[in-house]
Design a protein around this ligand. Structure first.
Ligand code: IGP
Length: 261
């Protein structure tokens, strides 16, 4: 059993439990559920940098990254740095996050917020919207084509953007459909934790141009971004490189200044 299998098995249990405690009707009646969302895909297309900065306290591959940073401070720091949007990990058991982190980020900033979660059920998409998210992540490695279709269509009907994540050609080919906005190539193999941006380069030519291309994980230098841009990437998801520092917002600002220079 890989770590990903364990996370997914736990996720099905967690969702079943949550469904029995908070009904969908309650989520749908929250104030944030009816707010107007903003598009990350659009922000990336219009940006000269394409940085999506992540809030991540810990991960199964790195254990503790940053236990002391406050999500509001980091969100404001990222906003001040000029990022296109923010990814917020909401898995508790493996990443130390929660839906409250999205609520707090939402109260602090205006830019698009991505709910970074292992989504296996449309309930989690409704939760995402009810807590102020604008974008959801779907991971091809853990979903069938039919599931990707149903979940992405649910998200689109709620005006949420969809980022579909792949790690190989097979996952990419099974996933292409019009209800996706962005295609993300995860440079980290979620089964082995190996990281290489070579996979983003390899898969880029197989991604149709109607999707915004995003390269995710293991990006720790401006050079890595400059190398990926010629392959058509317009979005770059960066977590640890900012979160491992004492002031993630300032680190993002310095990074973006270097990228623009
Ligand atoms: O911290 P990094 O290496 O910059 O990676 C960020 C992000 O891409 C990574 O956290 C991530 C990408 N896909 C995921 C799926 C689930 C959990 C986490 C992830």
């Amino acid at each position: 059993m890989t770590i990903l299998d364990k996370i997914i098995a736990d996720k099905y249990k967690e969702v079943a439990l949550k469904k029995s405690i908070i009904p969908i009707s309650q989520l749908e009646s929250s104030v944030l559920f009816n707010r107007e969302t903003s598009s990350l895909a659009k922000a990336l297309r219009e940006s000269d940098t394409g940085i999506i900065a992540e809030f991540k306290r810990r991960s199964p591959s790195k254990s503790v990254i940053n236990q002391s940073a406050s999500v509001q401070d980091v969100a404001k720091g990222y906003e001040n740095a000029g990022v296109c949007g923010m990814s917020v990990l909401t898995d508790g058991k493996y990443f130390g996050g929660s839906l409250d982190d999205i609520l707090l980020a939402r109260a602090s900033v205006q830019f698009p917020i991505l709910r970074k979660e292992f989504i296996v059920d449309e309930y989690q998409i409704i939760e995402a919207k009810a807590h102020g998210a604008d974008v959801i992540l779907l991971i091809a490695a853990v979903l069938t084509r039919d599931e990707i279709k149903t979940l992405s269509e649910t998200a689109k009907s709620l005006n949420l953007d969809v980022l579909l994540e792949v790690h190989n050609l097979e996952e990419l080919q099974k996933s292409i459909m019009p209800s996706l906005d962005m295609l993300g190539v995860n440079n980290r193999n979620l089964k082995t934790f190996e990281v290489s941006t070579a996979i983003s380069k390899e898969l880029s030519t197989h991604i149709p141009n109607d999707f915004v291309k995003v390269s995710e994980s293991g990006i720790s230098s401006v050079k890595a971004i400059k190398d990926l841009k010629p392959f058509g990437y317009q979005g770059f998801l960066i977590g640890e490189n900012f979160m491992k520092t004492e002031n993630p917002g300032e680190s993002a600002l310095a990074f973006i200044e270097e990228l623009r220079s």
